[in-house]
Design a binder for this molecule. Structure first.
Ligand code: ZN
Length: 321
């Protein structure tokens, strides 16, 4: 996926929040190790279910893959040409936090809390990425439970205890985490399947130079071509989610996080190698509207209503432009 590399270092813990005490480096590392272990458990659970919706050729390909959660503050997921799908532990942490806030927003009717958290998380990650690039120390960014405590004006009444004692909220969160990981697995699998992972990204200028030098450019990809590969991977992932009875809507923690990070803008920098999240949504919707097989699949799996909500959400985002 190689979404955008973003850095989240020195996160506040998911438990008691105290603005005076940051987590130490070793505590942060321990937390990320926990997320990596949790990711391993999720992937082991999802893989056999994912294989069931693959054809025999893809099944064999998937069986040969290895999945690895790496312990880092760099939020990322990508397919490596040696057959590894890499997901970072802090990516899972972000998914967890986003799923928590989204689930709370829905269960306890706190949409403003979700909106402010998306902006807060995006601003924090953008700022940390900038700081790290300039060799400065990144700043702490609060995860869901900590954020509720520091922002009572919009998230008042929400607490970790109240959240955990509400089974509906907790179940919805787990569903969204699970579905988000299915989406990541499906998206990265498509990159392996189509050998997208064997290409090196270059700028159009670099490619021109390589051609002039008589070099082999058959394994080079420029950003505008990469965007098409990303759309194909998204479509594949959503197809497989539906076949597994998971509505694409449930993968919102991943997509909404990137929407926030991009400031809800569909504009891409000239070297953007992934379609902006808003573009991903609108492409997704227009592609599926014309794809009778996809529509039939949604209908068969009784996901018409969830799909309609997903489409509505995408249209609302476009309307906000
Ligand atoms: Zn990708």
């Amino acid at each position: 996926m190689k979404f955008i590399s973003i850095v989240l270092v020195l996160l506040f813990g998911p438990h008691n929040f105290d603005s005076q005490t940051l987590m130490s480096q070793s505590e942060v590392q321990a937390l990320w190790k926990e997320y990596a272990q949790r990711g391993d458990v999720l992937v082991s659970d999802i893989r056999p279910k994912f294989r069931r919706v693959l054809d025999s050729h893809d099944k064999a390909r998937e069986s040969g893959l290895e999945y690895q959660f790496i312990v880092t503050g760099n939020t990322n997921a990508f397919a490596r040409p040696d057959g590894h799908t890499i997901i970072t532990s802090s990516f899972l942490q972000i998914i967890d936090s986003m799923a928590t806030v989204m689930s709370a927003a829905q269960t306890f009717n706190k949409p403003a809390c979700l909106g402010s958290y998306i902006e807060y998380l995006a601003a924090g990650t953008r700022e940390n990425s900038r700081l790290v690039v300039h060799k400065h120390q990144p700043k702490p960014v609060a995860m869901a439970f900590g954020y509720w405590q520091i922002n009572p004006s919009v998230c008042g009444g929400l607490s970790e205890a109240a959240f955990r004692s509400n089974k509906k909220a907790d179940d919805l969160r787990e569903l969204m985490i699970y579905a988000s990981v299915i989406y990541l697995i499906g998206h990265e699998f498509a990159h392996h399947k189509y050998h997208d992972d064997e290409f090196t990204e270059v700028t159009p200028e670099q490619r021109q130079l390589h051609i002039a030098q008589g070099l082999d450019v058959s394994r080079e990809v420029i950003p505008s071509e990469q965007v098409i590969k990303e759309q194909r991977a998204d479509l594949f992932a959503f197809h497989k989610m539906i076949e597994m009875d998971y509505p694409p809507l449930a993968a919102m923690p991943v997509l909404v996080f990137f929407l926030g990070l991009e400031g809800y803008s569909p504009e891409q920098s000239i070297n953007a190698d992934h379609p902006a999240a808003v573009v991903r949504f609108s492409d997704m919707i227009s592609t599926t509207e014309g794809d009778s097989e996809f529509q039939e699949l949604i209908h068969q799996h009784n996901l018409d209503q969830q799909w309609a909500q997903f489409v509505l959400f995408g249209k609302q985002l476009q309307a906000e432009q």
